[in-house]
Ligand binder design. Sequence first.
Ligand code: MN
Length: 227
Amino acid sequence: MPTIALSPCRQMSDYLESVRRAGASPRELTLADQPAAVAAEVDGLLLTGGGDVDPALYGAAPHSTYSAAEPGRDAFEIALVRAVLDAGKPVFAICRGMQVLNVALGGDLVQDIPTEVNGAAHHDIREPRYALAHEVWTTQGSRFSTLMREKLVDGESCQVNSRHHQAVKHLGAGLEVVATAPDGVIEAVERPGTFCLGVQWHPENFWRTGEFRPLFEGFVDACRRPS
Ligand code: MN
């Protein structure tokens, strides 16, 4: 059974349940873990949700809505995801995790969707955890669209929850957009090659009903070592 590292956050239970149900053993990290050692020991990395990435890390001044993550998380998670990618191991990055992945690869972020995106849909950290809020349109032929094919409406869209106020702006190196909201907000990115997927919503909240089970199963499959 593959071991998957999870970066530390305040709401771990749904991530843990999703990883276990997909057939992997979760390892909850702390900020005292060493990124290089973790990358060598585990079979994959799940970057979890949380507060905003420090905009200084992508060369921007902070927006008035900036709400920092726990002290030390930015540096730890950026070093961690770089080490895991360098080790050629799979990464699944969720919400803040997708933003960390993008910044770690040299990209930047929309700091506040309501004030920066005209006609923005409901992307709001106060949105309900378990309610679907808006649809996303997927890129045909992407890993994301292929994994989700049984769940997509007309083979191209699905509904997602939306507890975020930031989003990917300019893409980090090697990333491609694989899902967008109707207002143009980037909702999922991936990197060709070894499994590396970021989603802006919280698929882990749906382990009871399984809307996004194919994403966790595809991730865990990619984490299995050849036997
Ligand atoms: Mn959204």
